[in-house]
Design a protein around this ligand. Structure first.
Ligand SMILES: C[S@@+](CC[C@H](N)C(=O)[O-])C[C@H]1O[C@@H](n2cnc3c(N)ncnc32)[C@H](O)[C@@H]1O
Length: 177
């Protein structure tokens, strides 16, 4: 049983995802799951840790042209949200402690999304072989290094990680300056 830090975490800064980052995450999702761009209906979109809801509201604008979008955003603690199938997951989880972030990521995968687009600390990815291997095994297809301005006032180097169900090829590295 995971000890949730939800109530503890709510007292800290929200570190909301800026619209330009959500733009890029959305574009990556469309590239990763072309059938969504080709008019797939009834797309279930998971946002496990909405906080003040910034990423979710940006997503609602971007998905506005699509029919039948069903938002599955945690209403409270994500660990209390029943596991259910979704198509895509957009994630900007709490970054610390890393173990807690990884527990949230692990639970996201139990919702069986076809694609996960997540913002996370660069170090969380590269400073553990086991963690890196875990993301590769899950289908990591791209990592986009984000600039420091991504989270104003923050000191953590961040990146966008794209994970596609079934992807086994190489991992593309891109940077935004
Ligand atoms: C980095 S912020 C990002 C907020 C939002 N996802 C966004 O991108 O704008 C992470 C958020 O996760 C929330 N959080 C932490 N633990 C959680 C949990 N167990 N369930 C739901 N939300 C949680 C925090 O309160 C915080 O608002």
């Amino acid at each position: 049983m995971v000890k949730s830090l939800y109530n503890l975490d709510k007292r800290k800064n929200d570190w909301s995802t800026a619209e330009w980052i959500v733009d890029r995450m959305f574009a990556e999702m469309l590239q990763a799951v072309p059938m969504i761009g080709n008019g797939q209906r009834n797309i279930r979109v998971l946002e496990p840790t909405p906080g003040e809801g910034a990423m979710l509201s940006h997503l609602k604008v971007k998905f506005a042209l699509w029919d039948g979008i069903v938002y599955k955003a945690a209403k409270g603690d994500f660990f209390d949200m029943p596991v259910q199938k979704v198509d895509v997951a957009f994630v900007n989880p709490p970054f610390t402690p890393t173990k807690y972030m990884m527990e949230i990521m692990g639970r996201v995968f139990s919702f069986e999304p076809k694609v996960v687009v997540a913002v996370m600390p660069w170090l969380a990815l590269v400073n553990s072989t086991r963690r890196m291997q875990n993301f590769i095994d899950k289908g990591m297809s791209k990592v986009i290094a984000l600039p420091r301005r991504a989270f104003s006032g923050g000191r953590v180097q961040t990146c966008i990680v794209v994970i596609r169900e079934g992807h086994t090829g190489s991992v593309v590295l891109e940077t935004i300056v």
